[in-house]
Design a protein around this ligand. Structure first.
Ligand code: PLP
Length: 380
């Protein structure tokens, strides 16, 4: 039987060998990283080594990297009402873009205190900066959350432009870079981000570990849970030593080959999209925008995404629908709805996302399966 082809790297990625080895070694350490004895210091060293690697990957200072249980927690930790803007007052408003991950849209710690204000995006999936400017003209200043790369469309936001708008209005900018780390270069300062979320499992690290990275050292940054003073009093609880070591190892493995992989995956993506577009009736979402090199979100008339995902799966290919599926119910993608895509295409959106193990043969097999599937399901 032919090997499976995995094209769902934006959902999660296979564990890198380097991460597996680092975790395996960490599991053998007995110490608590907060203990001062030899065993504790050995565990501490793994965490601090990983912190240096993650910091370097995003252009931050190591002391400003706070390890968490993943992107969801990082986002919740970032979206806290106590943070102070340039004027020194706590930011009491939260503005997020309409295409954010649900963990941002839910508003983190703001949830019980303030309604989340949602900034619209253009048909191309880019935050509407005029609308953002108007929203931020109202006082008081806001904490604003805009993702670097969208998990469904792969569209990359011009974050540094957003940062200028946010800062001019006295606010702070949080950037969810969960889908960007390991796929494109990230420089916290060039982006103008004040806070940045990352997650290990999107680049070959383990699931359940991530970080919130701070551009500066806000005194007012508070932990979500009360407990020990770990992570410089910003995130209580004994650290996930093996997970953090695996995260560091995955980042260390991914970054040196980043440019080469970007070129390779862009080439594969173009091959894939040229072949899809040859059908004449396929829509590739965000096609005119800067996008992640590994992501294609597309739809064809008359093909429902759930049916296509199952048909691909039967052909040995793992892909995803652009629609979020939870508790067995498929809900139309809020990202495509925000991009004003018509509902038939929203329900047909299929996401193909690749990674460092994806080969040209994988793309060919995917295209073969697509042709077969179209033959069976018919043209719209
Ligand atoms: N943010 C984005 C853009 C994501 O794609 C995801 C995961 O899919 C998350 C946040 C949540 O990350 P985690 O799965 O590490 O909680």
């Amino acid at each position: 039987m032919a090997e499976r082809v995995y094209l769902d790297w934006n959902a999660t990625t296979p564990l890198r060998n380097e991460a597996r080895a680092a975790m395996s070694a960490a599991f053998d350490l007995a110490g608590n990283p907060s203990s001062i004895h030899l065993e504790g210091r050995a565990a501490r060293k793994l965490i601090e080594d990983a912190r240096l690697v993650v910091a370097a990957a995003v252009g931050a200072e190591a002391r400003n990297v706070v390890f968490t249980s993943g992107g969801t927690e990082s986002n919740a930790l970032a979206l806290q009402p106590g943070l102070k803007g340039a004027g020194g007052d706590p930011l009491r408003r939260l503005v997020v873009s309409a295409i954010e991950h649900v963990s941002v849209l839910s508003g983190g710690q703001f949830v019980s205190r303030q309604p989340v204000e949602v900034a619209p995006v253009t048909r191309d999936g880019i935050v509407d900066f005029n609308a953002l400017r108007t929203m931020l003209a109202d006082q008081p200043p806001a904490l604003v959350s805009i993702m670097l790369a969208n998990n469904e469309s792969g569209v990359i936001q011009p974050v540094s432009e957003a940062a200028d708008i946010v800062h001019d209005a006295g606010g702070l900018l949080h950037v969810d870079a969960v889908q960007a780390l390991g796929k494109i270069a990230i420089d916290l300062r060039a982006l103008g981000a004040d806070l940045l979320s990352v997650s290990a499992h999107k680049l070959g690290g383990p699931k359940g570990v991530g970080a919130i990275v701070l551009a500066h050292d806000p005194q007012d940054f508070a932990p979500l849970l009360r407990g020990g003073g770990q992570e410089r009093n910003r995130r209580a609880g004994t650290e996930n030593v093996a997970g953090i070591a695996g995260f560091g190892a995955a980042v260390a493995a991914a970054i040196p080959s980043l440019e080469r992989e970007m070129t390779r995956l862009t080439h594969l993506r173009n091959q894939l999209e040229d072949a899809l577009a040859a059908d004449g009736d396929v829509t590739i979402f965000g096609a005119n925008q800067a996008r992640l090199p590994n992501t294609t979100l597309f739809a064809a008339p008359g093909i429902r995404a759930e049916t296509a995902v199952i048909a691909f799966d039967l052909e040995g290919i793992a892909v995803s629908s652009g629609s979020a599926c939870s508790s067995g119910k498929v809900t139309p993608s809020h990202v495509l709805k925000a991009m004003q895509v018509r509902s038939e295409l929203v329900l047909g959106a299929i996401r193909l996302s690749s990674g460092y193990l994806t080969s040209e043969t994988d793309i060919e097999r995917c295209l073969e399966a697509w042709r077969k599937l179209r033959g069976v399901l018919g043209k719209g």
